[in-house]
Ligand binder design. Sequence first.
Ligand code: GAP
Length: 509
Amino acid sequence: MTDFKKIISHAKEYGFVFPSSEIYDGLSAVYDYGQNGVALKKNIRDYWWKAMVQLHHNIVGIDAAIFMHPTTWKASGHVDAFNDPLIDNKDSKKRYRADVLVEDYCAKIENKIEKEVNKAAKRFGEAFDPQQFKATNPRVVGYQEKIDGILKRLGKSLEAEDLADVKALIEELEIACPESGSRNWTDVKQFNLMFGTKLGASAESAMDLYLRPETAQGIFVNFLNVQKTGRMKIPFGIAQTGKAFRNEIVARQFIFRMREFEQMEMQFFVPPGSQKEWYEKWKQTRLQWHLSLGMGEENYRFHDHEKLAHYADAAADIEFKFPFGFKELEGIHSRTDFDLGSHEKYSGKKLQYFDPERNENYVPYVVETSIGLDRMFLATLSWALREEKLADGNSRTVLKLPAILAPTKVAVLPLVKKDGLPEMAQNIIDQLKWEHAVVYDEKDAVGRRYRRQDALGTPYCITVDHQSLEDQTVTLRDRDSMEQERIAVAELSSFLDAKLNPKHWLQKI
Ligand code: GAP
């Protein structure tokens, strides 16, 4: 995988992601998406929406407002419990999330495991079985036991709000401040992550609001509206994509942890008692969605939570192998009847469902799938970016994005800027643009244009040359194999449909 710094600079150089308000030196952990980034982001969102809403007869979408009545956040538990444990280093004056310091420590041990595995793979060659090696090599087993022990203790202390033990753990592991190298830590304190704001014209009448820290609550407060107007029968789901805001303390690793980000969430309402079954089902369905994009089964794993959020009776992350190690990409949570039950209590309105099969009213249980769009963007970009050595000794930078997500699907390139070739290229664009994102490029030698499109992740280039004028054929170049074939203009549409129709991708789920 490419070095993380290269990913960040590539994202900027090719118009994917810019630091926010950069002319004023940027704003920490806030980013803007450029012309290619916005297209990649939209394609990820569309791929999710199609899989979740369009392909499920019992899931519908909504778009709730970012501002919500402030009591929402009291009911959801966010006012009292949406905290991060913070610790300051007295020498560098830097503030850290205590749990992240411990997790980073574990990630370093995990790197040691990786190194042992890679070394052994070289030694044993073809017959090497990494799983067996991990399960039996005494050094690796020791490392893994250490990680498991640390994370278990961290989970327990956080669950019990035993912040003194979290500090004790940091001290016992001799974790030093990455900035100053010192171990001179303050006590661990809780810090609420919600951004406050005000609604109203005058200071006296203004109402204190929060920017939503998750989109889920917009779904819960609309549960009955959707159920009644859509005549939805349980089990059914409500999906939503939209911005969420968190005053993250350790906002770093580029767009991995941002203060303003986008979520794609789905709440699935089920009869009480069936939540475990649905939780397992959604875990698998969501993993299949990821795998359908072809970014390597070995790059995903489940992490079952030891410490459960205040609303959950089971929770797991789908983790992805980012350049800085396996980290959470998506969460699947069995949220019980906590949210609807709590909104009932705070609003005084019944949020129940009459189940004709059971002949009873109940507050439904909820299984949630929640993925960060920006985090999925980072996963895709970091997996896709490669530096490749070519047979002729040269190298190329290529973004091997899953073709279905690529911002531009086809670049049409006239070999020269004359003799009617640009006009023919434009005609081809006019044929294809109804179905696909197509660009025209006539600047520089065709080899350089190929490289430019490789770096942008464009899966196909079509070159129009003099022969094209005579026999209505063009050269079609494949980004990944770099192979070129002659194809009739009349066949382009069906070729591209076979490769880029979402149906062929989503059928794998
Ligand atoms: N409604 C449940 C919920 O919000 P979460 O685990 O806090 O759960 C869900 O967030 C997903 O949102 C995460 O798996 C991650 O992909 C994304 N996410 C959370 N905080 C983020 C942040 N500060 N920046 C970018 N993405 C974030």
